[in-house]
Design a protein around this ligand. Sequence first.
Ligand code: TYD
Length: 205
Amino acid sequence: MTRTGRFISFEGIDGSGKSTQARLLAETLRAQGVEVVLTREPGGSPGAEDIRRLVLEGDPDRWSAETEILLFTAARRDHMERTVLPALAAGKTVICDRFADSTRMYQGLSRGDLRALVDQLHDLMIGREPDLTVLIDMDPDTGLARALGRQGTEERFETFGADLQRQMRDGFLALAADNPARFRVIDGDQAPDAVAADVLAAVSA
Ligand code: TYD
């Protein structure tokens, strides 16, 4: 019998602490003897990391909204082919920091209503959802303050401001409500240890 691993994604607005939580979950599961591949999007494979630089650095107006959707989807396709699917086939647990729900929110909402296009391209080129999606929910203003406090060159989406941050949060919560079997919503407005405990409980269940 072939073992197929579990595919878990973490989602949330910028500054929600999801990357920290993805890492903590990976550490906890590894300590329990689970084989874990911790990865991220955009990126997670050499080609997708190259695309990451194209979409997150430099002039924000470099790509049209549609081209941007194609680039994020191209990165995801490469990541699936090279990293995620082989790991799952080998029975490993894949923990991914952001996945297609981020494209649904960021590319689907931020430059006009392009959600239908995002979903069509997803069906055509990706065609798979995580087994479980952990949404780290967070007050948008707190999240934005945290995100802006980090210095970096990847500031593409973090400069969008409070209104969009609020729209993203509502959008993620609506996605979770529409897909209750796949999503678990975790209160991110707690100490990191408390958030991690809630995440572990949700994943174990
Ligand atoms: P990430 O590295 O998760 O940044 P952070 O830890 O600050 O959340 O993601 C980088 C940015 O890429 C983030 O602002 C969201 C954006 N993004 C999209 O716009 N579309 C996507 O499909 C993905 C995966 C990320």
